[in-house]
Design a protein around this ligand. Structure first.
Ligand SMILES: [Fe+2]
Length: 372
Protein backbone atom coordinates (compact mmCIF):
# COMPACT_ATOMS: atom_id res chain seq x y z
CA UNK A 1 0.00 0.00 0.00
CA UNK A 2 1.49 3.36 -1.03
CA UNK A 3 1.93 5.83 1.81
CA UNK A 4 0.18 8.64 -0.04
CA UNK A 5 1.65 11.73 -1.66
CA UNK A 6 5.12 12.72 -0.44
CA UNK A 7 6.56 16.23 -0.11
CA UNK A 8 10.14 17.27 -0.75
CA UNK A 9 12.55 16.84 2.16
CA UNK A 10 12.71 20.63 2.40
CA UNK A 11 8.94 20.99 2.86
CA UNK A 12 8.75 17.97 5.19
CA UNK A 13 11.41 19.56 7.41
CA UNK A 14 9.25 22.66 7.86
CA UNK A 15 6.36 20.54 9.21
CA UNK A 16 8.47 18.17 11.29
CA UNK A 17 7.73 19.95 14.57
CA UNK A 18 3.96 19.54 14.00
CA UNK A 19 4.18 15.85 13.14
CA UNK A 20 4.17 14.45 16.69
CA UNK A 21 0.90 15.02 18.57
CA UNK A 22 0.17 14.86 22.33
CA UNK A 23 -1.64 11.57 21.66
CA UNK A 24 1.39 10.08 19.95
CA UNK A 25 3.61 11.08 22.85
CA UNK A 26 1.13 9.51 25.30
CA UNK A 27 0.98 6.21 23.43
CA UNK A 28 4.75 6.00 23.20
CA UNK A 29 5.00 6.54 26.99
CA UNK A 30 2.54 3.70 27.70
CA UNK A 31 5.37 1.32 26.84
CA UNK A 32 3.44 -1.02 24.54
CA UNK A 33 4.29 -2.00 20.99
CA UNK A 34 2.52 0.06 18.34
CA UNK A 35 1.30 -1.69 15.20
CA UNK A 36 1.08 0.87 12.42
CA UNK A 37 -0.05 -1.53 9.66
CA UNK A 38 -3.42 -1.17 7.94
CA UNK A 39 -3.83 -4.94 8.00
CA UNK A 40 -3.53 -7.23 11.03
CA UNK A 41 -4.04 -10.90 10.01
CA UNK A 42 -5.63 -11.90 13.33
CA UNK A 43 -6.30 -9.80 16.45
CA UNK A 44 -6.88 -12.99 18.45
CA UNK A 45 -3.24 -13.99 18.16
CA UNK A 46 -1.40 -10.68 17.88
CA UNK A 47 1.44 -10.40 20.40
CA UNK A 48 0.83 -8.31 23.55
CA UNK A 49 3.07 -6.84 26.23
CA UNK A 50 2.41 -6.10 29.93
CA UNK A 51 0.47 -2.84 30.36
CA UNK A 52 1.18 -1.16 33.69
CA UNK A 53 -1.73 1.32 33.51
CA UNK A 54 -4.37 -1.32 32.78
CA UNK A 55 -2.95 -4.29 34.67
CA UNK A 56 -3.20 -6.73 31.76
CA UNK A 57 -1.35 -6.93 28.47
CA UNK A 58 -1.93 -4.93 25.31
CA UNK A 59 -0.83 -3.51 22.00
CA UNK A 60 -1.82 -0.26 20.27
CA UNK A 61 -2.85 -0.20 16.63
CA UNK A 62 -2.17 3.24 15.18
CA UNK A 63 -2.40 4.71 11.69
CA UNK A 64 -3.00 8.13 10.18
CA UNK A 65 -6.40 8.55 11.93
CA UNK A 66 -4.62 8.10 15.26
CA UNK A 67 -3.01 11.50 14.74
CA UNK A 68 -6.40 13.21 14.72
CA UNK A 69 -9.54 11.15 15.35
CA UNK A 70 -9.57 7.59 16.68
CA UNK A 71 -7.28 4.79 17.73
CA UNK A 72 -7.38 1.09 18.50
CA UNK A 73 -5.88 -1.31 21.01
CA UNK A 74 -6.06 -4.99 21.89
CA UNK A 75 -6.04 -5.98 25.55
CA UNK A 76 -5.96 -9.27 27.40
CA UNK A 77 -7.08 -10.01 30.95
CA UNK A 78 -5.11 -12.92 32.44
CA UNK A 79 -7.02 -15.98 33.68
CA UNK A 80 -8.64 -15.31 37.03
CA UNK A 81 -7.61 -11.63 37.03
CA UNK A 82 -9.12 -8.21 36.45
CA UNK A 83 -7.86 -4.99 34.90
CA UNK A 84 -7.35 -1.85 36.99
CA UNK A 85 -10.37 0.44 37.36
CA UNK A 86 -10.24 3.41 34.99
CA UNK A 87 -12.29 6.45 34.09
CA UNK A 88 -11.50 8.32 30.90
CA UNK A 89 -12.63 11.46 29.14
CA UNK A 90 -12.92 9.70 25.80
CA UNK A 91 -15.40 7.25 24.34
CA UNK A 92 -14.63 3.60 23.80
CA UNK A 93 -16.33 0.76 21.96
CA UNK A 94 -15.38 -2.83 22.72
CA UNK A 95 -15.60 -6.13 20.85
CA UNK A 96 -14.79 -9.23 22.90
CA UNK A 97 -12.49 -11.44 20.82
CA UNK A 98 -12.17 -14.45 23.10
CA UNK A 99 -13.03 -15.69 26.56
CA UNK A 100 -15.73 -14.54 28.94
CA UNK A 101 -16.03 -12.16 31.84
CA UNK A 102 -17.84 -9.18 33.27
CA UNK A 103 -17.55 -5.42 33.54
CA UNK A 104 -18.63 -3.16 36.38
CA UNK A 105 -19.43 0.48 35.59
CA UNK A 106 -20.03 3.15 38.22
CA UNK A 107 -20.46 6.90 38.52
CA UNK A 108 -18.91 9.02 41.25
CA UNK A 109 -22.27 9.21 43.06
CA UNK A 110 -22.17 5.44 43.52
CA UNK A 111 -24.59 4.39 40.82
CA UNK A 112 -23.27 1.05 39.62
CA UNK A 113 -24.09 -1.82 37.31
CA UNK A 114 -22.38 -5.06 36.30
CA UNK A 115 -22.92 -7.12 33.17
CA UNK A 116 -21.46 -10.32 31.75
CA UNK A 117 -19.99 -10.85 28.29
CA UNK A 118 -18.35 -13.49 26.14
CA UNK A 119 -16.65 -13.65 22.75
CA UNK A 120 -18.69 -11.79 20.14
CA UNK A 121 -20.19 -9.21 22.53
CA UNK A 122 -20.10 -5.49 21.69
CA UNK A 123 -20.54 -2.67 24.20
CA UNK A 124 -19.45 0.90 24.90
CA UNK A 125 -17.98 2.42 28.04
CA UNK A 126 -20.18 5.38 29.10
CA UNK A 127 -18.13 8.58 28.99
CA UNK A 128 -16.00 9.20 32.10
CA UNK A 129 -17.58 6.38 34.14
CA UNK A 130 -15.30 4.32 36.29
CA UNK A 131 -15.17 0.83 34.86
CA UNK A 132 -13.38 -2.41 35.56
CA UNK A 133 -13.14 -5.56 33.44
CA UNK A 134 -12.98 -9.02 35.07
CA UNK A 135 -12.01 -12.30 33.48
CA UNK A 136 -14.73 -14.87 34.26
CA UNK A 137 -12.44 -17.86 33.74
CA UNK A 138 -9.73 -19.15 36.01
CA UNK A 139 -8.15 -21.10 33.15
CA UNK A 140 -8.33 -19.00 29.96
CA UNK A 141 -7.39 -15.37 29.23
CA UNK A 142 -10.08 -13.01 27.92
CA UNK A 143 -9.16 -10.71 25.04
CA UNK A 144 -10.91 -7.69 23.57
CA UNK A 145 -10.30 -5.01 20.95
CA UNK A 146 -11.34 -1.40 21.48
CA UNK A 147 -11.65 1.68 19.33
CA UNK A 148 -11.64 5.04 21.11
CA UNK A 149 -11.68 8.73 20.27
CA UNK A 150 -8.82 9.41 22.70
CA UNK A 151 -6.64 11.09 20.02
CA UNK A 152 -9.03 13.97 19.35
CA UNK A 153 -9.63 14.58 23.09
CA UNK A 154 -6.01 14.34 24.17
CA UNK A 155 -4.79 16.47 21.27
CA UNK A 156 -7.32 19.14 22.26
CA UNK A 157 -6.68 19.24 26.04
CA UNK A 158 -3.17 17.76 26.26
CA UNK A 159 -3.49 16.89 29.94
CA UNK A 160 -3.46 13.33 31.32
CA UNK A 161 -4.97 14.41 34.67
CA UNK A 162 -7.96 15.72 32.73
CA UNK A 163 -8.06 12.61 30.57
CA UNK A 164 -8.06 10.10 33.44
CA UNK A 165 -8.94 12.14 36.53
CA UNK A 166 -11.88 14.41 35.81
CA UNK A 167 -14.41 14.29 38.67
CA UNK A 168 -17.61 14.68 36.67
CA UNK A 169 -20.59 12.46 35.83
CA UNK A 170 -22.32 12.71 32.48
CA UNK A 171 -25.73 11.98 33.98
CA UNK A 172 -27.46 12.01 30.61
CA UNK A 173 -25.29 9.18 29.38
CA UNK A 174 -25.31 6.81 32.36
CA UNK A 175 -27.94 6.81 35.07
CA UNK A 176 -26.84 3.75 37.01
CA UNK A 177 -29.76 1.75 35.65
CA UNK A 178 -29.41 -1.94 36.66
CA UNK A 179 -30.44 -2.94 33.13
CA UNK A 180 -28.25 -0.36 31.35
CA UNK A 181 -26.30 -3.15 29.64
CA UNK A 182 -29.26 -5.41 28.87
CA UNK A 183 -29.68 -6.30 25.21
CA UNK A 184 -32.74 -4.08 24.78
CA UNK A 185 -32.67 -1.46 22.05
CA UNK A 186 -34.62 0.82 19.76
CA UNK A 187 -34.34 0.38 15.99
CA UNK A 188 -34.98 3.36 13.68
CA UNK A 189 -33.95 2.98 10.06
CA UNK A 190 -30.57 1.29 10.07
CA UNK A 191 -29.72 2.63 13.53
CA UNK A 192 -30.03 0.46 16.66
CA UNK A 193 -29.76 2.50 19.84
CA UNK A 194 -28.56 0.13 22.53
CA UNK A 195 -25.77 -0.34 25.06
CA UNK A 196 -25.01 -4.02 24.61
CA UNK A 197 -25.02 -6.58 21.81
CA UNK A 198 -24.38 -10.02 23.37
CA UNK A 199 -23.67 -11.88 20.12
CA UNK A 200 -22.60 -9.81 17.11
CA UNK A 201 -22.10 -12.91 14.96
CA UNK A 202 -25.79 -13.85 15.10
CA UNK A 203 -27.48 -10.45 15.45
CA UNK A 204 -30.34 -10.10 12.89
CA UNK A 205 -29.59 -7.47 10.22
CA UNK A 206 -31.58 -5.21 7.88
CA UNK A 207 -31.48 -5.58 4.08
CA UNK A 208 -29.17 -3.01 2.47
CA UNK A 209 -29.11 -3.53 -1.28
CA UNK A 210 -27.48 -0.12 -1.78
CA UNK A 211 -24.09 -1.53 -0.79
CA UNK A 212 -24.39 -4.38 -3.25
CA UNK A 213 -24.98 -8.13 -3.40
CA UNK A 214 -28.04 -8.56 -1.20
CA UNK A 215 -26.22 -7.58 1.94
CA UNK A 216 -27.49 -7.07 5.46
CA UNK A 217 -26.58 -4.07 7.59
CA UNK A 218 -27.16 -2.56 11.01
CA UNK A 219 -25.71 0.56 12.63
CA UNK A 220 -25.22 1.23 16.34
CA UNK A 221 -25.39 4.11 18.75
CA UNK A 222 -24.14 2.92 22.13
CA UNK A 223 -24.01 4.62 25.53
CA UNK A 224 -24.99 7.94 23.94
CA UNK A 225 -21.58 8.14 22.28
CA UNK A 226 -20.37 9.51 18.97
CA UNK A 227 -18.26 6.60 17.71
CA UNK A 228 -19.92 5.28 14.56
CA UNK A 229 -20.22 1.52 14.19
CA UNK A 230 -22.00 -1.00 12.03
CA UNK A 231 -22.17 -4.65 11.01
CA UNK A 232 -22.39 -5.76 7.38
CA UNK A 233 -22.99 -9.22 6.01
CA UNK A 234 -22.98 -10.52 2.45
CA UNK A 235 -24.02 -13.87 0.98
CA UNK A 236 -21.95 -16.80 -0.28
CA UNK A 237 -20.02 -16.17 -3.54
CA UNK A 238 -20.79 -12.43 -3.59
CA UNK A 239 -18.87 -9.22 -2.99
CA UNK A 240 -19.68 -5.67 -2.01
CA UNK A 241 -19.21 -2.50 -3.99
CA UNK A 242 -15.89 -0.70 -3.64
CA UNK A 243 -15.85 2.61 -1.82
CA UNK A 244 -13.55 5.08 -0.09
CA UNK A 245 -13.98 7.37 2.92
CA UNK A 246 -12.34 9.30 5.74
CA UNK A 247 -9.68 7.64 7.92
CA UNK A 248 -10.28 5.55 10.99
CA UNK A 249 -12.66 2.74 9.93
CA UNK A 250 -11.60 -0.39 11.80
CA UNK A 251 -13.07 -3.37 9.95
CA UNK A 252 -12.99 -6.58 12.00
CA UNK A 253 -14.05 -9.89 10.46
CA UNK A 254 -16.59 -11.68 12.64
CA UNK A 255 -17.49 -14.63 10.45
CA UNK A 256 -16.63 -16.23 7.11
CA UNK A 257 -13.60 -16.18 4.88
CA UNK A 258 -12.50 -14.13 1.91
CA UNK A 259 -10.38 -11.10 1.18
CA UNK A 260 -10.38 -7.36 0.66
CA UNK A 261 -8.84 -5.39 -2.17
CA UNK A 262 -7.41 -1.95 -1.39
CA UNK A 263 -6.02 0.57 -3.82
CA UNK A 264 -5.38 4.27 -4.11
CA UNK A 265 -6.70 6.04 -7.18
CA UNK A 266 -4.64 4.95 -10.18
CA UNK A 267 -2.92 2.07 -8.36
CA UNK A 268 -3.30 -1.68 -8.84
CA UNK A 269 -5.48 -3.34 -6.15
CA UNK A 270 -3.65 -5.27 -3.47
CA UNK A 271 -5.24 -8.31 -1.82
CA UNK A 272 -5.58 -8.85 1.95
CA UNK A 273 -6.89 -12.26 3.05
CA UNK A 274 -9.18 -12.52 6.02
CA UNK A 275 -10.55 -14.88 8.60
CA UNK A 276 -12.50 -14.27 11.84
CA UNK A 277 -10.34 -11.83 13.83
CA UNK A 278 -8.71 -10.05 10.87
CA UNK A 279 -8.47 -6.24 11.12
CA UNK A 280 -8.37 -3.95 8.09
CA UNK A 281 -8.09 -0.17 8.46
CA UNK A 282 -8.53 1.35 4.98
CA UNK A 283 -6.30 4.42 4.64
CA UNK A 284 -7.77 7.84 3.91
CA UNK A 285 -9.63 7.94 0.59
CA UNK A 286 -8.24 4.55 -0.44
CA UNK A 287 -10.76 2.36 -2.23
CA UNK A 288 -11.54 -0.95 -0.61
CA UNK A 289 -13.81 -3.84 -1.53
CA UNK A 290 -14.77 -6.96 0.40
CA UNK A 291 -15.18 -10.43 -1.16
CA UNK A 292 -16.76 -13.57 0.32
CA UNK A 293 -15.03 -16.69 -1.02
CA UNK A 294 -16.08 -19.14 1.69
CA UNK A 295 -18.96 -21.59 2.15
CA UNK A 296 -20.89 -19.35 4.59
CA UNK A 297 -22.11 -15.72 4.64
CA UNK A 298 -19.34 -13.29 5.59
CA UNK A 299 -19.86 -10.70 8.33
CA UNK A 300 -17.75 -7.87 9.63
CA UNK A 301 -17.97 -5.18 12.29
CA UNK A 302 -16.69 -1.66 11.68
CA UNK A 303 -15.83 0.87 14.40
CA UNK A 304 -15.42 4.27 12.77
CA UNK A 305 -15.11 7.99 13.11
CA UNK A 306 -18.25 9.65 11.70
CA UNK A 307 -17.71 10.33 8.00
CA UNK A 308 -18.75 12.98 5.49
CA UNK A 309 -22.45 12.94 4.50
CA UNK A 310 -24.48 14.71 1.86
CA UNK A 311 -27.19 17.25 2.71
CA UNK A 312 -29.69 14.41 3.27
CA UNK A 313 -27.47 12.79 5.88
CA UNK A 314 -26.42 9.94 3.60
CA UNK A 315 -22.71 9.01 3.83
CA UNK A 316 -20.86 9.75 0.58
CA UNK A 317 -19.47 6.20 0.73
CA UNK A 318 -23.04 5.00 0.04
CA UNK A 319 -23.46 7.15 -3.08
CA UNK A 320 -22.35 6.35 -6.62
CA UNK A 321 -19.26 8.03 -8.02
CA UNK A 322 -21.49 8.80 -10.98
CA UNK A 323 -23.36 11.15 -8.62
CA UNK A 324 -20.22 12.56 -7.05
CA UNK A 325 -20.20 10.04 -4.17
CA UNK A 326 -17.44 7.62 -3.20
CA UNK A 327 -18.88 4.22 -4.16
CA UNK A 328 -17.92 2.46 -7.39
CA UNK A 329 -20.88 0.78 -9.12
CA UNK A 330 -20.41 -2.78 -10.31
CA UNK A 331 -20.83 -1.47 -13.84
CA UNK A 332 -17.74 0.69 -13.43
CA UNK A 333 -15.38 -1.82 -11.82
CA UNK A 334 -12.50 -3.35 -13.74
CA UNK A 335 -12.57 -6.78 -15.37
CA UNK A 336 -9.61 -7.68 -13.15
CA UNK A 337 -11.78 -7.40 -10.02
CA UNK A 338 -14.18 -10.01 -11.38
CA UNK A 339 -11.42 -12.25 -12.69
CA UNK A 340 -9.68 -12.31 -9.29
CA UNK A 341 -12.94 -13.15 -7.54
CA UNK A 342 -13.79 -16.02 -9.90
CA UNK A 343 -10.27 -17.37 -9.48
CA UNK A 344 -10.46 -17.24 -5.67
CA UNK A 345 -13.86 -18.95 -5.62
CA UNK A 346 -12.71 -21.68 -7.99
CA UNK A 347 -10.19 -22.81 -5.36
CA UNK A 348 -13.20 -23.67 -3.17
CA UNK A 349 -15.16 -25.24 -6.03
CA UNK A 350 -17.54 -22.25 -6.14
CA UNK A 351 -18.59 -19.85 -8.90
CA UNK A 352 -19.65 -16.19 -8.53
CA UNK A 353 -23.33 -15.54 -7.76
CA UNK A 354 -23.17 -11.94 -8.91
CA UNK A 355 -25.12 -11.85 -12.18
CA UNK A 356 -28.45 -11.02 -10.53
CA UNK A 357 -26.83 -8.11 -8.68
CA UNK A 358 -25.13 -6.75 -11.79
CA UNK A 359 -28.52 -6.97 -13.52
CA UNK A 360 -30.43 -5.36 -10.65
CA UNK A 361 -28.00 -2.45 -10.51
CA UNK A 362 -28.68 -1.53 -14.13
CA UNK A 363 -32.30 -0.65 -13.26
CA UNK A 364 -31.20 2.24 -11.02
CA UNK A 365 -27.73 3.02 -12.36
CA UNK A 366 -27.30 6.78 -12.68
CA UNK A 367 -26.04 8.10 -16.01
CA UNK A 368 -22.37 9.05 -16.06
CA UNK A 369 -22.17 12.76 -15.20
CA UNK A 370 -18.64 12.84 -13.81
CA UNK A 371 -15.61 10.71 -14.71
CA UNK A 372 -15.56 7.47 -12.66
FE1 LIG B 1 -15.35 1.28 4.13
Amino acid sequence: MAKGPLATDELAKKFEVEKITPYMRFVKDEGLDIISAHYVPNLKTVELKPWARRGGAGVFINHEASQVTNDCYVCEIPAGKSLNPQRQMFEEMVLVLSGRGSTTVWAKDGRRTTFEWKAGAIFAIPLNCQHQHFNGSGQEPARFVSVTNCPSVLNMYNDLDFLFGLDFDFKGRFGGEPDFFSAKGEQKGFLLTTNFVPDAVNLPLIAAKERGAGGGHIRFNMAGGSIASHISQFPIATYKKAHAHDPGAHVILLNGEGYSLMWAEGEEPKRYDWEPGTLIVPPTNVFHQHFNTGPTPARYLAFKHPGIRNEQGVPLAWLSRRLGGNQIDYADETAEVRRLFAEALAKHGLTPKMDEFYEAELATLPPKRVPV
